[in-house]
Design a binder for this molecule. Structure first.
Ligand code: PEP
Ligand code: MG
Length: 554
């Protein structure tokens, strides 16, 4: 075991029982082994060497190990997504075997007299830049692949090996920061908690932590070079602290606290099957937010009335190319079928800003949150949008599916979307494929949409208020910027008045309005939302019963 090495044991002693503060993203307490995720670049040190042939031998072993790893990944991908989806690993294998590539790494080792890690990383960057400069979009996208295999070599050389999340034991993930694409690749059931040095409480990674119902802390001032994979830690979300290498007393206290939490959960579960009804007879729908098909089990387990937000963009993350129509159709169909007659609101692609996938080639932006994202991409690149809409219209035949469009700012956008939906429906009709045009609503997450919500209500079937972005755009505060966390006030009067205005405008037009941003789960506001007449709250699955408890106590 890692702790047995005397050096590490010494380091663990240094930490013994030491508490590090952090900002709470999600409550709860967890104890377990740490898994440290370092950004690839952090490990690459340029070290002078004396024997280049020795480095080249190390490189050859790393290449052989990489070939085996990729072969395993290929076989797994064929099983999970079929041969066409797995083809990317064949490309990786070819690149790895390419003599030009290997010669280039050896050239750097010999001429610069440097370590193989540095040479592999440098060669990867150099090749990637050359690919990026090519005319052909397909070739441009290969830049990410060459970087990927170079980083695989670096990991093998530095002894870190394959970052295979599926095989990991249940762990507390400790990292500098995590992106949504990092987290999407992890086996959710194996993650006990998240601890990051940077990050923001309003980021999508934070949202994922809440969805997974695990304790999570950000802004923890720990030096990642001083902790190591395999050491024990306790993460206490409610107290906002993490303890590395805890003492025996701390461990037994944590065990007791974990038991208390389980008891609270057991009591909450007694609310399953009960109505979301106040003592004076008012009701509200409590739905769930999800990011993948596998989240549906949690939704049913927690007795949600439906799914109020399926962030479909997560189907596009953590992969190398667009999900096909068929792949999306299968995912949407599975969700609606699993949910039976219950409503499932699927939001169309909201990529961009912090949710990046290299193959979209969105390019660098000065202000990504105010940039090319969500519906803007769909309207400018309708081919991507139409593929998703075809999958959605086809899946709508199998259950109670609704579609929702993100980041709307004008009536023109809604009219344009409806025209595209009509065109897609016509295509399906001509191809004699079963389809249904379902209920269609929009997210209200820009101040512009709030201000014209009376007119927008005429055009759509429902509103769902995205308070995460609405707060960011109304208060002019980047939700990703942790430095501004003290200014990000989702309870700000302006936000609450906007919610009221949207709900009133929807009702005047006979439409319904819900909240699917994180504020919907804020039990300090549940009473206010019910009083405002909000029709639905869509929250992380783990929050459903807590919100129900609050409603019933009113
Ligand atoms: C929101 O902005 O409140 C929302 C629900 O969308 P997302 O958090 O995915 O941007
Ligand atoms: Mg949003």
């Amino acid at each position: 075991m890692a702790e047995e090495y005397s050096g590490k044991k010494f380091r663990d002693k240094k930490f013994s029982g030491k508490k590090f503060p952090g900002k709470t993203v999600n409550n709860g307490i967890a104890m377990g082994k740490v898994m440290v995720l370092r950004k690839d670049q952090e490990q690459i040190k340029r070290t002078g060497i004396e024997n280049p042939e020795q480095e080249i031998d190390r490189l050859k072993s790393a290449v052989n190990a990489a070939k085996q790893q990729i072969a395993v990944l290929y076989a797994k991908a064929v099983e999970e997504v079929g041969e066409s989806g797995a083809a990317i690993f064949e490309i990786h294998q070819m690149m790895l075997e390419d003599e030009n590539y290997q010669d280039a790494v050896c050239y750097v080792i010999r001429t610069e007299m440097v370590n193989a890690e540095y040479a592999a990383a440098k060669t990867g960057v150099w090749f990637a830049e050359r690919f990026a400069g090519m005319e052909d979009a397909y070739m441009q996208a290969r830049g990410a692949d060459i970087k990927d295999i170079s980083m695989r070599l670096v990991r093998n050389l530095s002894g870190q090996g394959e970052a295979d999340f599926s095989e990991m034991e249940p762990s507390i993930i400790v990292a500098d920061d995590l992106s949504p694409s990092d987290t999407i690749q992890m086996a959710k059931k194996k993650i006990l908690a998240f601890v990051t040095v940077h990050g923001s409480t309003n980021s999508h990674t934070a949202i994922l932590a809440r969805m997974m119902s695990i304790p999570a802390l950000i802004g923890v001032p720990v030096d990642l070079n001083e902790i190591h994979t395999g050491m024990t830690a306790i993460v206490d979300g409610a107290a906002g602290e993490v303890v590395f290498a805890p003492t025996e007393i701390q461990c037994s206290e944590a065990e007791q606290e974990i038991k208390n939490e389980e008891e609270k959960l057991r009591l909450l579960r007694e609310l399953k099957g009960k109505k979301n009804e106040t003592s004076d007879g008012r009701t509200i729908n409590i739905y769930a937010n999800i990011g993948s098909v596998s989240d549906v089990d949690d939704v049913l387990e927690n007795d949600a009335g439906g799914i109020g937000l399926f962030r479909s963009e997560f189907l596009y993350l953590g992969r190398d190319n667009f999900p096909s129509e068929e792949e999306q159709f299968q995912a949407y169909k599975q969700v609606v079928q699993k949910m039976g007659q219950k409503k499932v609101i699927i939001r169309t692609l909201d990529i961009g800003a912090d949710k990046q996938a290299d193959y979209f080639q969105l390019g660098k932006e000065e202000n990504p949150a105010l940039g090319y994202r969500a519906i803007r991409i769909c309207l400018k690149q309708p081919a991507i949008f139409k593929t998703q809409l075809r999958a959605l219209l086809r899946a709508a035949v199998y259950g109670n599916l609704s579609i929702m469009y993100p980041m709307i700012i004008s009536e023109e956008e809604v009219k344009q979307i409806h025209a595209i939906v009509e065109e897609v429906a016509q295509g399906l009709r001509q191809a004699q494929m079963p389809y249904r045009i379902p209920e269609q609503g929009i997210m209200i997450e820009t101040p512009a949409a709030v201000m014209i919500s009376d007119e927008l209500a005429e055009l759509v079937d429902f509103f769902s208020i995205g308070t995460n972005d609405l707060t960011q755009y109304t208060l002019a505060i980047d939700r990703q910027n942790q430095q501004l966390a003290d200014f990000y006030h989702p309870h700000h009067k302006a936000i609450l008045r906007m919610i009221k205005m949207v709900v009133d405008n929807a009702h005047k037009c006979g439409k319904w309005a819900g909240i699917c941003g994180e504020l919907g789960a804020d039990t300090e506001l549940t009473q206010e939302f019910v009083n405002m007449g909000v029709d639905e709250l869509s929250v992380a699955p783990s929050m459903i019963l807590k919100v129900r408890e609050k409603v019933r106590a009113m």
